[in-house]
Write a protein that binds this ligand. Structure first.
Ligand SMILES: O=P(O)(O)O[C@@H]1[C@@H](OP(=O)(O)O)[C@H](OP(=O)(O)O)[C@H](O)[C@H](OP(=O)(O)O)[C@H]1OP(=O)(O)O
Ligand SMILES: Nc1ncnc2c1ncn2[C@@H]1O[C@H](COP(=O)(O)OP(=O)(O)OP(=O)(O)O)[C@@H](O)[C@H]1O
Length: 384
């Protein structure tokens, strides 16, 4: 699709470590009104086109097609990206790492603006239902067996990071539990709950309260989550399926690197073929799945099952190993997605509500080492 993009028509919404999102505020346009641009930052792994394909083929069937928008790639010029960078620079709130806009990209993604689905007067609550994953495989050494019982967020909670927030509450479909999770994030001022008005993020809870009582806003958000239990169930299913954990993923990746002469590019390419043919994905064979927690209580049996599973890796074919990695990478996307709850009160006082999901882009294989190191350290530190 070809459209004329002008930097002066765009306002900054937000950014992560890989993309910057800018909303259209220009003259009425059948193509651009109500849309955002998702613009790659330097060092972001994926290109716009492949992200759109990944979201369409892999993530939309999993989260539910009506909740997501894969976007449409549109060509852009270097001049546009330079002008846009100049325009948004003074208001940018960088992610964990600050990156410039990647001016070499030939296209950007045009997507629905889920922070302002109802136009002017829209409020939006952005919730990140992080971190559900618990280990499910025998490819976890016995010394890290705490992971069989403990979800990632609980380990962080133990370090005082997120109060009593529990993503299982947020995704439960039960109003009381959802309220507990949402209020916890609100009261802790945690970044996994952000608020936007007309597509602009607030920088403090006090600024929000000055415009609307938080009790009203949160209540509407909680109700929207309760009414969209189907989405919660879908996200929960992806986050809690039987995956290898980061330790298992690293072992499998190392095995694949040996087979493909240490070429991550070749593995990523094969993985990509798999993403585009999801029916080719296999499920974890029972030999690699643990589940019986009694085995964990018995250290000898646990040691044996780990050694056996680890040795067994070399006997599994490439397709099976790639299938484990593909499913693990998909779970990693699901643990980092955002739910955008858009709300608007009409003249009669009634609220309109829409619930959508963003940040469904594919993650690069180079992340596995980072996740492995962090998970292992966190698990070892937990309860010490
Ligand atoms: O590593 P985590 O769990 O802290 O999550 C990162 C996020 O941190 P946060 O949830 O805000 O604490 C981080 O969010 P911010 O940039 O801090 O807003 C990103 O979402 C990052 O994903 P990616 O590397 O850009 O694909 C996320 O990284 P991965 O999901 O790739 O690990
Ligand atoms: N379609 C959208 N409509 C409105 N706002 C959006 C949309 N997509 C993303 N955003 C906002 O922009 C932020 C950054 O987008 P996103 O998370 O997709 O960036 P990223 O850099 O790829 O990811 P990460 O946060 O994982 O680094 C989101 O947290 C959300 O606040």
């Amino acid at each position: 699709m070809t459209v004329v993009l002008r930097a002066e028509d765009y306002e900054y919404i937000a950014e992560g470590s890989a993309h910057l999102i800018a909303a259209y505020h220009g003259p009425e346009s059948s193509v651009l009104t109500g849309k955002v641009l998702r613009i790659a930052l330097e060092d972001s792994a994926e290109a716009g086109d492949s992200e759109e394909q990944f979201i369409r083929s892999v993530m939309m069937p999993l989260v539910g097609g009506k909740y997501a928008d894969p976007g449409t790639p549109v060509p852009c010029t270097r001049e546009f990206l330079e002008a846009l960078e100049k325009r948004v620079e003074p208001v940018r709130k960088h992610g964990k790492v600050a990156h410039a806009i990647d001016k070499e990209r030939p296209s950007v993604l045009l997507k629905k603006n889920f922070s302002a689905s109802f136009g002017a007067g829209s409020w939006c609550l952005e919730l990140k239902p992080k971190y559900y994953l618990t280990a499910r495989s025998r490819l976890l050494p016995p010394e890290l067996s705490e992971k069989y019982r403990t979800a990632f967020f609980e380990m962080l909670f133990d370090r005082g990071a997120v109060g009593a927030y529990n993503p299982a509450d947020l995704l439960s479909g039960d109003r009381v539990r959802i309220a507990r999770a949402v209020r916890e994030l609100w009261e802790n001022g945690h970044k996994w709950l952000k608020v936007f008005k007309d597509g602009k993020a607030f920088s403090s809870r006090a600024d929000i309260e000055a415009q609307i009582p938080s009790a009203i806003l949160l209540e509407e958000g909680i109700l929207a989550m309760e009414m969209n239990k189907e989405l919660s169930d879908n996200i929960q299913n992806i986050q809690t399926k039987e995956y290898v954990d980061s330790y298992g993923a690293k072992l499998i990746l190392d095995e694949l690197l040996r087979r493909f002469n240490s070429d991550r590019g070749a593995i990523e390419e094969k993985l990509w073929n798999m993403y585009m043919n999801p029916e080719a994905m296999t499920s974890l064979p029972w030999e690699l799945v643990a589940y019986e927690t009694s085995a964990q209580a018995n250290e000898q049996s646990s040691n044996e099952s780990f050694t056996k599973a680890k040795e067994g890796l070399s006997e599994l074919d490439d397709q099976t190993l790639l299938g484990f990695i593909a499913e693990y990478m998909i779970a990693a996307v699901a643990k980092d997605l955002s739910i955008m709850i858009c709300l608007k009160q009409d003249e009669t006082g009634a609220w309109q509500r829409s619930v959508n999901v963003v940040d469904l882009g594919v993650k690069g294989l180079d992340k596995v080492d980072e996740w492995f190191t962090r998970d292992s350290e966190l698990t070892r530190k937990f309860k010490t």
